[in-house]
Design a protein around this ligand. Structure first.
Ligand code: NCD
Ligand code: ZN
Length: 346
């Protein structure tokens, strides 16, 4: 018998890009419509590298929350070669800034200020380990000669595994994992290691990006992998292991910058994110495990309480718009643009 309605503890999004300026008027309400909290990525230009700038960004986000919505942005700092251990003391004292994001320099959108060599940031990482500040990792090597489909696996071997041997107390979240290798590594890693999984990596594999024509709206980093990796991610998400939880990596870009000869990386999933996760869990007969993945394991890893409100999804078709306004001149195209979505948020 199929379920027509599910209620769950209000979920949170543990990995989100909101951008800045007028884009917030679109991105913030889309996330706040169903997520109570979200970890907001700091990869703005210039990046968010101080507690003071994170708090100012937080105010700009809060100003874009609609009157009927409640939303708590959880802010992060961008790890650069220069980020000082002293800033970690300030972070530890702020209830609103809760983690640090590590982009290897050159790995993805706005990562040019990222870490050039892990050795340069060891003192800051040591201070984070002492203060129990989580490190959120974009896990891909950036050597231009390394095949793009191998970058995540090699990052674990070459950077993450040695780092965790050296700093076993550091709490690490491997963000938006895309491979069986990452699933295995996270499972075997002890309580201080967890991973987020996006809905687009659960729903899609590289054929959707590349077979029968190139589809730029499926282009993201880490890039979609082959279907056996997609299967491993699905198994991890529905496994009931507290080490895997929801992080959309919803990453809006202007349509003109996606549909381009050199398109930007990032998939915009926020307008139907929870509904699409429900679709995946249902396809795999695991709707009963959606709540833990979406609403319980994330706060548990971050040492926070689950939300007290509930949300309800109803089985009812609705059509996602083709695009949304994003700047005065251009729009953003969501995943499943113009398509039917089978779950609807009440
Ligand atoms: C993200 C973005 O656009 O900011 N893009 C993406 O493809 N995921 C950055 C990131 O998380 O890698
Ligand atoms: Zn991201």
């Amino acid at each position: 018998m199929s379920t027509n309605r599910i209620s769950l503890i209000k979920p949170d999004d543990w990995h989100l890009h909101l951008r800045d300026g007028e884009a917030l008027r679109t991105s913030v309400p889309h996330t706040a419509r169903c997520f109570a909290r979200a970890i907001v990525m700091p990869n703005l230009l210039p990046p968010v590298t101080t507690v003071a700038s994170a708090l100012a960004y937080r105010e700009r986000i809060l100003a874009a929350v609609l009157p009927k919505q409640t939303f708590t942005p959880l802010m992060t700092l961008y790890l650069t070669d220069e980020l000082a251990p002293l800033e970690m003391e300030r972070l530890a004292k702020s209830p609103h800034v809760i983690a640090v994001k590590y982009y290897p320099a050159g790995a993805t959108t706005n990562s040019q200020n990222g870490v050039t060599d892990i050795e340069k940031v060891i003192p800051t990482l040591e201070r984070m380990a002492e203060l129990s500040i989580p490190l959120l990792i974009h896990g891909e090597v950036t050597d231009p000669d390394t095949d793009i489909f191998d970058r995540e696996r090699l990052f674990i071997e070459q950077v993450l595994s040695p780092l965790r041997d050296r700093l076993p107390e550091l709490r690490v979240i491997l963000e938006h994992i895309t491979t069986q290798d990452s699933v295995d590594y996270v499972k075997s890693g002890g309580d201080g290691l967890a991973a987020t999984i996006t809905v687009h990596h659960l729903l899609h594999n590289r054929n959707d990006l590349l077979a029968g024509g190139i589809r730029p709206h499926f282009y993201c980093l880490p890039i979609l992998k082959r279907s056996s990796h997609q299967t491993a991610l699905i198994e991890a998400a529905i496994s009931g292991s507290p080490k895997f939880f929801l992080g959309t990596d919803s990453a809006p870009h202007l349509r003109s910058q996606k549909e381009s000869a050199c398109g930007c990386a990032g998939v915009y999933t926020a307008p139907a994110a929870l509904e699409l996760y429900a679709e995946v869990f249902e396809q795999h007969n695991a709707l009963d495990r959606l709540e833990k993945f979406a609403s319980v394991f994330g706060p548990q890893f971050y040492g926070l309480q689950p939300n007290t409100e509930q949300v309800t999804l109803i089985r009812q078709d609705w059509q996602l718009p083709e695009s949304y306004p994003f700047t005065a001149e251009d729009t953003v195209v969501p995943l499943r643009s113009g398509d039917k979505i089978c779950w609807q948020l009440k």
